[in-house]
Design a protein around this ligand. Structure first.
Ligand SMILES: *[C@@H]1O[C@H](CO)[C@@H](O)[C@H](O)[C@H]1NC(C)=O
Length: 316
């Protein structure tokens, strides 16, 4: 029940403000999730109100984000390595302006209530893990992340940019930039993992996806609300798979001939999208209303609102 009354007030405010875009321009270290599935089940507060630590080495980062005490960790400068750092529950991880993790990913495994914002992560080797990996966890807000690698190697040299698997619930991905990569975002672990992954709930809003090969995202089994994203020059679009129920609204695509398609009976309700002249081929599903209030940017304004705002554009 963390911040229960505050989130009700905020939801009401969102409804009244629904004519204006909900892009966050100011940020504080104590911000809590204000969009999507992360606002449900008591909300996602991360380490809000906890002590603030600034880190600039891999060892300091690894120590600072471990464990379940409420805490806020700010990454300063560039940290280079070849590993994935495990983030504990009730934690907020923030990137200072200009900070970067090179070859260092963040993993949220068997945890709850985590916020990761304004962090730039590049070139995490597949042997280490994903740039961002959220597994078997609940209430996670990923916001204003800059996630990339390159496509100079084969598609398995790097793994995912933002992989959300093993029954994750209450996940919101907003204002992120995902680019220059083969396999962007895997949601739902595998075709055989329905027993765990059917409960998946993910919101993806106001993200910019460009120069990606596939998985933008690949979504299995669960419920996904995907709105106000811009997709440019990716090979594949949104792939709804294995009974997934997606609500896909007011997104904009250029440069793909399959912006929204299914594999093994995935479904989508699609409204207000600009498919860039291509066709949506996903069968119509049953997910017609998200279980929270939200404000849609009109489709014609999405590109101007999202490109340039997504990514590491906050300062802490
Ligand atoms: C932290 O909380 C998570 C989620 O409740 C739990 O799975 C994990 O074991 C806890 N870790 C520690 C170190 O207590």
């Amino acid at each position: 029940m963390r911040f229960f009354s505050a989130s009700i007030v905020f939801a009401a405010a969102l409804q009244f403000a629904s004519a204006t875009p909900s892009i966050v321009k100011r940020a504080t270290v104590n911000d809590v999730a204000n969009v999507g599935y992360a606002t449900l089940n008591g909300g996602t507060t991360g380490g809000s109100g906890g002590p603030v630590t600034r880190v600039s080495t891999l060892d300091a980062l690894t120590t600072a984000v471990a464990g379940n005490n409420s805490k806020i960790v700010i990454i300063d400068g560039t940290i280079t390595g070849d590993t994935v750092v495990k983030v504990g529950s009730h934690t907020t991880v923030l990137g200072a302006a200009g900070s970067a993790l090179n070859g260092v990913g963040l993993r949220v495994l068997n945890e709850e209530n985590v916020i990761i914002r304004n962090v730039k992560i590049s070139k995490v080797l597949a042997s280490a893990g994903d740039a961002i990996g959220v597994q078997a966890s609940s209430q996670v807000w990923l916001d204003h992340l800059d996630l990339s690698s390159d496509r100079d190697h084969d598609k398995d040299f790097y793994d995912g940019l933002a992989d959300l698997t093993h029954g994750v619930t209450g996940i919101t991905v907003t204002n992120c930039k995902l680019y220059d990569h083969w396999k962007a975002s895997l949601i739902g672990h595998s075709d055989n993992n329905g027993a765990e992954d059917t409960k998946i709930t993910v919101t993806m809003a106001n993200n910019y996806w460009t120069d990606l090969n596939s998985r933008t995202p690949s979504f299995r089994f669960g419920h996904g609300h995907i709105y106000n994203n811009v997709f440019d020059a990716n090979n594949d679009g949104i792939n709804t798979r294995d009974g997934a129920q997606l609500l896909v609204e007011n997104n904009v695509w250029t440069g793909t001939d399959k912006p929204l398609y299914d594999t093994d009976d995935g479904f989508a309700v699609a409204r207000g999208n600009d498919f860039g002249g291509a066709e949506n081929t996903a069968p119509v599903g049953t997910f017609t209303a998200a279980p929270y209030s939200y404000s849609l940017i009109p489709t014609a304004n999405v590109r101007a609102s999202v490109v340039g705002t997504a990514g590491q554009t906050l300062s802490f």
